[in-house]
Design a protein around this ligand. Structure first.
Ligand code: CA
Length: 233
């Protein structure tokens, strides 16, 4: 009897083995599918684990606002200027004026020396008077050449000094000194490090809280992310 049982058990255990093996294969395949879906992909929005720290970064709007929108931009990038002219005013009207969203800007240096000069100038204004940063930010974008040409020289140290002179309460001598200082170089480096850490591929890149948008010009998507975040309050 016990022999028979042993015999009967044989096909059972081999079946068990087959079932376990099949389950293991299914588990492995499921893992692979989930893993490949979670891989960062520039074809979709990317949710990061944490929000970006805004320490030492310019903030526009209610500093206590529950939602943060960050532009990773380059003053030499025509699409960034375009974003500021078309998407930003909607954001300001719909959410910033109500105190629901605060806005920040982080420098991306994708256009060489001129990007570096413009971002240093903006950081130098921020250092001297954080409130005037946004005025200078606007002036910098407005100064882009009419014709969309990355190669035309629109940013020089001389032009930055001239522009700084038109910003109220800015001491131009101090600005010139700051422009060459280690403190300003470090501020620009800090932004560049963030750009590398977040693997920013294009400008403008727009982040709503911890989500980096696939399409920065998709205002409906920006709105839905903000609404979702506000509901979670
Ligand atoms: Ca900065």
């Amino acid at each position: 009897m016990s022999k028979n049982q042993t015999k009967n058990n044989k096909p059972n255990s081999s079946m068990k083995f087959t079932v376990i093996l099949t389950l293991l294969v299914i588990a492995a395949l499921t893992f692979l599918v989930i893993y490949s879906n979670n891989k960062p992909d520039t074809d979709q929005d990317i949710a990061f684990e944490n929000k970006v720290s805004l320490e030492g970064q310019p903030i526009l709007g209610n500093p206590e606002a529950p939602v943060t929108v960050i532009e990773f931009g380059d003053y030499k990038c025509p699409a960034c200027k375009n974003w500021g002219d078309t998407i930003f005013p909607q954001l300001q009207k719909d959410y910033m004026e109500k105190g629901d969203v605060k806005f920040s800007f982080i420098n991306v240096l994708f256009h060489g020396e001129e990007s570096a000069i413009a971002s240093s100038a903006a950081e130098a204004i921020y250092k001297q008077n954080p409130e005037q940063f946004w005025e200078f930010h606007k002036v910098l974008y407005a100064a882009q050449p009419e014709v969309d040409n990355h190669d035309s020289e629109s940013v020089t140290v001389e032009k930055m000094i001239e522009m700084a002179g038109s910003v109220p309460s800015i001491n131009v001598e101090q600005f010139q000194e700051d422009l060459q200082s280690d403190e300003i170089k470090e501020a620009v480096m800090k932004d560049t490090q963030l750009v590398e850490d977040l693997d920013i591929q294009f400008t403008p890149s727009i982040m709503v809280n911890n989500v980096m948008l696939k399409d920065p010009f998709d205002y409906e998507k920006i709105k839905s992310l903000i609404e979702e975040a506000l509901k979670e309050q």
